[in-house]
Design a protein around this ligand. Structure first.
Ligand SMILES: [Zn+2]
Ligand SMILES: [Zn+2]
Length: 240
């Protein structure tokens, strides 16, 4: 049993690490085309970003591996695989609940991590990327990585979700984590500046967090930033 648990954990670490390398790598290649020269002089930083990100992949893989093992072996979690277990309208709702719950946790832990003492200990690593690149998606100090790693493994015990919708949540998490750091906006300007764009976080919003630090703390939605008056809008220099 112990070897099966170890195997599950190692498999999850490998999946998270490979997913990071594949998605960050793909958007880094795209960045070289869209913004030629963006990575010039950033090689030492990118090496550090990859190092911290792979360490984070290990930290993310451990709780995920334990939960995956328990799901398979003991039927833990509220993850379901039969499309008829819950009404169809619950599918998109469950994705939204996961993203909103993660966003809420992230916003408040992120604000805490911007207190000077906590910042130096746990969050300076992430802000050492100036400017961040697609490789910075998981560039976190282990303490910060741990705060992120527990979110989905805890949620699957509280909120039912179809396995495919969990895949959607993880895909959104990965792609937005990468694209919000890659140094350019992939969404059309009309969408970013639309009424819907006013509630959603894309690269132009998170870039301003990396420029000014004490604002734009959210992860997916601008809800908490707008409610708590920490939203400073989009990075203008960036939307040129
Ligand atoms: Zn960031
Ligand atoms: Zn920050």
């Amino acid at each position: 049993m112990l070897s099966a648990l170890l195997l599950s954990t190692l498999a999850m670490i490998a999946i998270v690490a490979l997913r990071y390398l594949a998605v960050s790598g793909a958007f880094a290649v795209l960045t070289a085309r869209v913004r030629p020269g963006y990575h010039a002089g950033l090689r030492p930083q990118i090496r550090r970003e990859i190092g911290w990100s792979l360490a984070s992949a290990a930290i993310f893989g451990i709780p995920a591996g334990v939960v995956a093992f328990g799901w398979d072996r003991f039927g833990w979690t509220l993850i379901y695989s039969d499309w008829t277990d819950y009404p169809l309208w619950y599918l998109p709702l469950s994705v939204f609940i996961y993203l909103f719950a993660h966003d809420t946790w992230f916003y408040w832990t992120h604000r805490l991590m911007h207190r000077p003492k906590v910042f130096r200990a746990a969050h300076a690593v992430h802000h050492a990327s100036r400017p961040p690149t697609a490789w910075a998606a998981m560039s976190f100090h282990p303490i910060e990585a741990l705060t992120g790693a527990v979110v989905v493994p805890v949620l699957v015990f509280i909120v039912p979700i179809h396995i495919a919708m969990l895949g959607v949540v993880l895909a959104v998490m990965t792609v937005m984590g990468v694209t919000n750091h890659m140094g350019w906006e992939m969404f059309p300007r009309w969408l970013v500046r639309s009424a819907v764009g006013g509630w959603i976080i894309t690269a132009s919003h998170h870039q301003l967090h990396h420029e000014r630090y004490k604002c734009n703390y959210g992860l997916y939605f601008r809800f908490w930033d707008r409610l708590c008056k920490t939203d400073r809008g989009l990075s203008e220099s960036f939307l040129r």
